[in-house]
Write a protein that binds this ligand. Structure first.
Ligand code: DHB
Length: 548
């Protein structure tokens, strides 16, 4: 099964840019054509970064503190990062390098690289048509207003209903934030990779962007940068990956799976550079990950909450899944952060409360004015405030969050959806699609509910699950090539997945001795990023970078 879906685009490298850039495009294309039959060395030759192939742009970036900065930067556009692209529109990246910030020359030669994917919903993400840093997601307060107790963050349906996502914007207190723009204004090199996604289909009706395409593409993009060490601006040994939701999941996976050989055959197939794909640090916001265990985790977390329609989900299904979570969590043998004991289905509520939720509410309330705090407390009586700390029960918290976003099961739907024009229903079934099958099961539970107790999973599914799950690289087979630095964030009102998912990711990394910075944003919904400035500062601190 190997039908290429190459949509050869006229936009390859720096089109509309300088004569030099156009020439680069020509060279790259020629080299790619040669690379089709060539071996590893010709592939690497074709992936030589053209240092002169940029245009110079100027933009104004509002930083996390609200101050404006004029940034002049070099912009390399739509560089195809593999020699055998399946679809160049997605398998290309943009690079932005600051040269002048607020009138002062900057040298980003040794700066950390912010590697920001814009994947949402496991959909395809392209940066090929972007006109500057931040892709289609220009910052500057275009978001709707998000009242603290009524999260209005972009939902899966609103962020991913287009044919592709192409946006790395996140929501902060009702304003859009763009990490690529903030990174640029901080003097970092910004790389924005595109990646194939689950809905891409060729003329024969075959899906060519389903698992593991997106992570393979991100790895190939990292390899491109590392293969061009010394040519590409920035420190390729200090790559900080970022992403939100499905993009957060991929960012976590990219970090966990650095240099893992299980991706080699896929990378070879697309002509990825022969270089390391390990990254230095992972930033993951609301990662939709650990997919094959997410249905159980979801019911453990939100099982008793009703849907927004008021409907109670099937309690038999919910109970069965919840008991799977107990078994799963016990089997992981993960210790909680801060010396907490082994995490189980019995103590996880207490763990979330003490480690994340009460501290999150405390931070939130402490930052409010006296009047606003009084108003909040009067409205939210489940919460007690002693002047210093917020306390509440798990049941009180669940009631406060209210409607669960997803029915049961949340991810592996049975029966399988049939309507491919609805790109959100059965999104993860689609992520595990193969060939001409748009939707497939990826858990034994839903498969057997659907097809009976003797049904067996498709033979490739176990491998696909390993390829897609950061927990595999942290718990099942701890990966020496993984990142050692983790920034993980999640809104407390985000019921796109279980609150245990990111907590387990953090616990797994912490257990390996990695540096883990994980907190929850109080009352925030899906896609929130409320401390972008802190993340930008964390990049400098973690990398030890000081601008010259
Ligand atoms: C995303 C959200 C989901 O609820 C999901 O199931 C998969 C992806 C997202 O926003 O990327």
């Amino acid at each position: 099964m190997k039908h290429r879906a190459v949509k050869r685009r006229s936009v390859v490298v720096g089109i509309g840019a300088t004569a030099g850039a156009a020439a680069v495009g020509g060279i790259t294309l020629t080299a790619q054509a040669g690379g089709r039959t060539g071996g590893a060395s010709s592939a690497s030759d074709a992936l030589v970064f053209d240092e002169d192939g940029y245009t110079t742009l100027t933009t104004t970036v509002t930083d996390a503190a609200g101050d404006g900065h004029e940034v002049t930067y070099r912009f390399w556009k739509a560089i195809t990062y593999v020699t055998e692209p399946v679809d160049e529109k997605y398998q290309s990246l943009n690079i932005s390098v600051p040269v002048r910030i607020d009138g002062k020359a900057v040298d980003a030669t040794g700066a950390p690289i912010l590697f920001a994917n814009s994947v949402g919903g496991y959909m395809p993400a392209s940066v090929a048509d972007a006109t500057g840093v931040g892709g289609g997601a220009m910052g500057g307060g275009t978001g709707g207003s998000a009242a603290p107790s009524a999260p209005a963050a972009p939902s899966a349906s609103s962020s991913s209903s287009d044919t592709e996502s192409g946006s790395s914007a996140q929501l902060s207190g009702g304003k859009m934030v763009s990490l690529p723009q903030l990174g640029l204004a901080a003097g970092y090199v910004v790389v924005e990779p595109g990646a194939r996604g689950r809905t891409l289909k060729n003329s024969e009706g075959e899906y060519y962007g389903t698992a593991p395409a997106a992570v393979v593409d991100l790895k190939a993009a990292v390899r491109y940068l590392r293969a061009n060490k010394g040519r590409v601006p920035g420190d390729v040994d200090r790559i900080f990956s970022t992403g939100t939701s499905a993009g957060g999941a991929l960012s976590a996976l990219l970090g966990a799976s650095g240099d893992s050989p299980i991706y080699d055959k896929y990378l070879k197939e697309i002509g990825a550079a022969d270089a390391s794909d390990a990254i230095f640090a992972t930033g993951a916001w609301c990662p939709i990950t650990d997919l094959e265990h997410a249905d159980g985790a979801y019911e453990w977390c939100w099982g008793t909450n009703k849907l927004s329609t008021g409907k109670q989900v099937d309690q038999t299904v919910s109970r069965e899944l919840r008991s799977q979570f107990a078994e799963y969590q016990a089997g992981r043998k993960l210790r909680g952060l801060g010396g907490y004991g082994t995490l189980t289905a019995r103590n996880y509520d207490e763990y979330l409360l003490t480690t994340y939720l009460r501290p999150s509410a405390t931070t939130y309330l402490a930052a409010l004015s006296e009047t606003d705090r009084k108003t909040y407390l009067a409205k939210n009586t489940f919460l007690r405030w002693d002047g210093e700390k917020a306390t509440f029960t798990w049941t009180g918290f669940l009631t406060h969050v209210g409607a669960r976003k997803k029915d049961a099961p949340a991810f592996d739907l049975f029966p399988l959806p049939t309507d491919t024009s609805d790109t959100m229903t059965g999104d993860i079934n689609n992520e595990f699609g193969l060939g001409t099958a748009p939707f497939r099961h990826f858990t034994l539970y839903s498969l057997r509910k659907d097809r009976g107790n003797s049904a067996r999973p498709a033979s490739d599914i176990p491998e696909k699950l390993r390829l897609m799950n950061p927990m595999y690289h942290l718990v099942d087979k701890p990966n020496p090539g993984r990142t050692r630095h983790w920034w993980i964030r999640l809104g407390t009102a985000d019921s796109d997945t279980s609150l245990t998912v990111s907590a387990n990711l953090a616990a797994a990394a912490d257990q390996l001795g990695d540096d883990v910075n994980h907190l929850y944003y109080w009352d925030a919904g899906h896609g929130a990023n409320e401390d972008a400035g802190d993340f930008i500062a964390w990049i400098a601190k973690t990398s030890g970078y000081k601008a010259a």
